[in-house]
Design a protein around this ligand. Structure first.
Ligand code: KG4
Ligand code: ZN
Length: 363
């Protein structure tokens, strides 16, 4: 079957066509994938401005979806299912994709699957890095996923396809948000993750001692707001003789690199140690790390090295760590395969709604 995916939950307008047989274990092929990023638009504000994101999605959606179909050499006649992200995310952004998908599903008489963005990130581990090459990566259950993005930090047990139970989550900031805020304090621009990651490689992770919040707590919750504040206080004492102008002052490259390295070390330590503890408690077969922050080299490597032997470790190809629509199409496909009452998806274009907040537990 051929699935058209549409994603507009934050600041990327994305569309993709994928193909797989109607079986949870079938190899999946990405035929096309387009991502139109709004990063330059939001950069000047230091973060995503929801209503501007909505306006940009409105401009981009039709060209992006049309190009995804064209690249796959398909028309709507060739498409079996449309999958669209209906949450979680920014309401003005989600609304554009959902509205568009609804209209197309109605016009071309296609079933429509309302897809969860976080579940899309989870299935991103199954995608091949090249287009047109089938991937046979499957998830063995039970699996534990660390979902780390700009809006979420969560440990989730996946018991079977499309079946989740949250094990723990952040009590305040998401880890990606903490990266973005630290970058802002240092004047490194938006989004902060990739540049803090690069700077961290040049710095000394032992230069500053930052807290590892909730590391000792017995649960699997996280907290990154205290770590962010610790960086802020440290910076207030560091702004002499400097060349880089940040929100809190001006700093030398050495200070910037050392702060990035020490902050990253603290954040990754907590993520890895809590994940490994959960792996041991829940006796899982597979562990994955997904979402925008899973592009982080140190996190990918440290978690891989810390896992007990015999665990199947899945990480998305770097190409699929950020928001994209191939992962949405694949999550939608698994819901289609799992659902006995297919009629439900023919009625979705009347019932589909946005869910700005949509925990994986509620799927
Ligand atoms: O999944 P995503 O693209 O969008 C959301 O669904 O939120 O995640 C974006 C987040 C941003 O906070 C960004 O700074 C972070 O992922 N990020 C990184 C890296 N690349 C992106 N964080 C740490 N290291 C990276 N290499
Ligand atoms: Zn995302």
């Amino acid at each position: 079957m051929k699935i058209l995916g549409i994603e507009t939950s934050c600041d990327e307008t994305a569309s993709s066509v994928i193909e797989l047989a109607e079986d949870h274990n079938a190899p999946v092929t990405v035929l096309s994938s387009l991502v139109s990023s709004q990063v330059t638009l939001h950069q000047q504000y230091g973060g995503v401005v929801p209503h501007l994101a909505g306006l940009a999605h409105q401009q981009n959606i039709d060209p992006v979806v049309s190009k995804a179909l064209e690249d796959a050499h398909f028309s709507y006649d060739d498409i079996d299912i449309i999958a669209v992200t209906s949450g979680p995310g920014l309401a003005p952004a989600l609304r554009v994709g959902v509205q568009y998908a609804k209209e197309k599903a109605k016009e071309f008489k296609k079933p429509l699957v309302a897809t969860n963005h976080l579940e899309g990130h989870i299935y991103s581990v199954c995608l091949h890095k090249e287009l047109n090459i089938p991937s046979d990566i499957t998830i063995s259950f039970p699996a534990l996923f660390l979902v780390v993005s700009g809006g979420h930090t969560e440990l989730v047990m996946m018991k079977d396809h499309c079946q989740y139970e949250s094990v723990g989550q952040t009590l305040d900031d998401a880890v990606g948000e903490a990266y973005d805020k630290v970058a802002k304090m240092l004047g490194l621009g938006y989004p902060g993750g990739p540049v803090v990651d690069k700077r961290a490689l040049l710095g000394n992770p032992l230069a500053y001692e930052f807290p590892r919040p909730l590391l000792a707590s017995k649960d699997y919750n996280f907290s990154f707001s205290g770590l962010k504040t610790a960086v802020l206080y440290k910076l207030r004492g560091q702004n002499q003789g400097a060349i880089r102008k940040g929100q809190e002052g001006e700093y030398t490259d050495e200070v910037v690199n050392d702060i990035c390295a020490s902050f990253q070390q603290a954040a990754v330590d907590v993520l890895v140690r809590k994940t490994v503890r959960a792996v041991k408690q829940y006796e899982v077969k597979t562990v994955g790390v997904v979402g925008g922050v899973s592009a982080n080299r140190m996190l990918r490597e440290s978690l891989g090295n810390a896992l007990p032997a015999g665990i199947h470790y899945l990480i998305p190809q770097l190409k699929w760590t950020g928001d994209n629509a191939a992962m949405i199409a694949l999550a939608g496909a698994h819901h289609w395969i799992k659902e006995k009452n297919k009629q439900k998806f023919w009625e979705t274009h009347q019932t589909i709604d946005l869910r700005s907040s949509w925990p994986l537990n509620d799927l």
